[in-house]
Write a protein that binds this ligand. Structure first.
Ligand SMILES: [Zn+2]
Length: 253
């Protein structure tokens, strides 16, 4: 019998789905191969060599044997175990939100290196940061992912007349893809939400910030909430489905 072909890649565990009594399907984001699905046989048995190696957010070196329908996980070496994420519901909620986004905006195959690096970097910071920084890191991830994906909201000029925005509060429209100046607001039909001048400043700051200096940067809670809300609205409009993790956690606290 011919030996199965085996390949090895570095990847982050994005999600899993239990199957049968002791198995799981695992979805990874691999740096060089994009989204990869693997079947983890016996992973929920205490005696399996895979047990405890394929938890959410783990960064692993994984070998898979090419299967007829799904590739089968044969070996796993753990590289990073960001388990402190689970100590805070707030941080866990943000981490689930970002892995869900990675699932929605990454693809199979090459070309996902920037999404992988951003995910790896953000998960690593979420694992060590103070709880108060979770929303800032979420906004950092959301905005950078939107830029990588070519879907970033417009917050420097009016999306209708292209005039540069003046330093004042504006309205944001998900359907228009960004901010609308007061002159154009009157001509528009549709739903808007307020985008304060402080939130616009924060979006501009995050766009150019590195992740560690962002953690040191104080942002009032009301402002970062508004930034998260705008980015969520923008993402939900551009991704053709609701983020299950964010809607799930809304009901808890
Ligand atoms: Zn305008």
């Amino acid at each position: 019998m011919a030996k199965p072909r085996i390949y090895t890649t570095t990847a982050i565990v994005l999600k899993y789905r239990n199957y049968g009594e002791s198995d799981r399907f695992i979805t990874f984001l691999s740096r060089d191969l994009g989204q990869v699905q693997g079947f983890a046989r016996g992973v929920r048995r205490s005696t399996s060599k895979l047990t405890g190696h394929l938890e959410l957010f783990y960064n692993v070196r994984v070998s898979l044997a090419i299967g007829k329908n799904t590739d089968v996980i044969t070996e796993v070496e753990i590289l990073k175990t960001p388990i402190k994420i689970n100590n805070s519901l707030n941080i866990l909620s943000c981490a689930l939100n970002i892995t869900e986004l990675a699932l929605n905006l990454s693809t199979e195959g090459p070309g996902n290196e920037m999404i992988y690096d951003l995910l790896d970097q953000t998960i690593s910071r979420l694992n060590v940061t103070e709880e108060d920084n979770a929303e800032k890191l979420l906004a950092y991830y959301q905005l950078n992912l939107l830029f990588i994906s070519g879907l970033a909201p417009e917050y420097k000029a009016c999306v209708e007349c292209r005039d540069e925005l003046t330093q004042q509060d504006h309205l944001y429209s998900a359907t228009s893809g960004g901010t609308i100046c007061p002159n154009c607001t009157n001509k528009q039909i549709g739903s808007f939400i307020n985008l304060s001048v402080n939130s616009i400043k924060v979006l501009r700051y995050i766009e150019n910030a590195d992740i560690k200096s962002l953690e040191q940067f104080t942002i009032p809670e009301s402002v970062i909430s508004e930034v998260n809300e705008i980015l969520n609205l923008h993402i939900n409009h551009h991704i053709d489905r609701k983020l299950r993790s964010s809607s799930f956690f809304k009901g808890i606290d």
